[in-house]
Design a protein around this ligand. Structure first.
Ligand code: SAM
Length: 234
């Protein structure tokens, strides 16, 4: 990526961190090694894969996913924030690396909770800052990942090392209860479905990447409830 592009991504990310802290949830876009680990389940199957990236932001993980996309793979990007959506659209039109796969990539501007493609995705990669959300929202999002997953789909997501512990030390009782509720929800998922985790120390801040294999819903063709996701602006 051009240095100029990287600085302009950092600037936008920093602005969104200040203006929409709750949903942006990080000071900086993910670094190279974190992006590489998050994208590592893409391109690992013999069959074409349908891939969902949730919360791509300025697209550092998307770039790695694009590098690993097979010729018949398809990628949906679901992003809440319209400034990030504009940037993603712009990269699809103007970034030579992204253009190589632009015909197989769609940008959906919506919260992931509203995506209706039940059982659709073989790989889900999430950049959501779950530790910023209420327990109810985290529970809803985790249930949504299960709904969207095809059988044996992989789900990869990250959280910063010791983030809940650090926040708990500095906050009041209600906040500690919220963080402990999120921990319980995540531990339940890890105990049932985690197949690997990786600590990325060379990231600011360092992060854990969790890889889960979900039982998933029926494939769309077997599932009358399943529909193609709606795409913004198409
Ligand atoms: C921590 S940033 C991660 C950005 C990027 N994946 C990275 O690693 O640099 C979280 C992203 O999730 C998006 N987001 C937050 N809540 C969302 C939701 N409910 N549905 C879709 N995107 C959401 C934010 O707008 C932001 O782009």
């Amino acid at each position: 990526m051009l240095m100029q592009q990287r600085f302009s991504d950092y600037r936008l990310f920093w602005r969104e961190f200040r203006q929409t802290f709750q949903s942006t949830g990080a000071l900086l876009p993910s670094g190279r090694l974190l992006a590489r680990s998050l994208a590592s389940r893409v391109g690992t199957a013999d069959q074409p894969q349908k891939i969902l990236e949730v919360g791509p932001g300025t697209g550092p993980v998307t770039s790695r996913i694009i590098s690993r996309l097979g010729p018949d793979d398809r990628l949906d990007l679901v992003e809440l924030n319209e400034r990030f959506v504009d940037l993603l659209q712009d990269r699809l039109e103007n970034d030579p690396h992204w253009q190589t796969a632009a015909g197989r990539i769609r940008v959906l501007q919506m919260p992931v909770e509203e995506v209706e493609a039940i059982g659709h995705y073989d790989v889900i990669v999430s950049g959501l800052p779950l530790n910023n959300f209420s327990c109810e929202l985290v529970e809803r999002i985790l249930a949504q990942f299960h709904r969207l997953a095809a059988p044996q789909a992989s789900l990869s997501f990250f959280e910063y090392v010791a983030v809940r512990k650090a926040k708990s030390l500095l906050t009041k009782h209600a906040e500690r209860r919220r963080l402990s509720g999120i921990e319980q929800l995540l531990v339940r998922e890890f105990d049932a479905w985690e197949v690997g985790r990786q600590c990325i120390l060379a990231n600011v801040p360092p992060a854990w990447v969790h890889h889960l294999q979900l039982p998933g819903n029926a494939k769309p063709e077997n599932n009358p409830e399943s529909v193609e996701p709606t795409v913004a602006g198409q």
